[in-house]
Design a protein. Sequence first.
Length: 100
Amino acid sequence: MEKPLKPIFNKRIFWDVNFEALDYDTKANFIIERVFERGDVDDIRQCRRYYGDEKVKTALLNTKFLPLHILYLASAVIDEPIEAFRCYKLRQLNPELYPY
């Protein structure tokens, strides 16, 4: 099976790393997490097309942190309950301070 063409992500997603030196295969989990956290709908579509739904699902379920609104988006995209995400379980173990 032929590997799909590399996705063209917006450089603002990877503002803190050398974008040109980014290896899409060895840093797949980092890229998937960052695209879901900071990318738009087109970036997410390209990410899913390039990596495939199983790899995206595995990366998102095992990530240590996702903002809550992104967690709900990822849950809908990969069709898994939020309770299945590692970052959700970690959040339950470390509750935030009560906002006064």
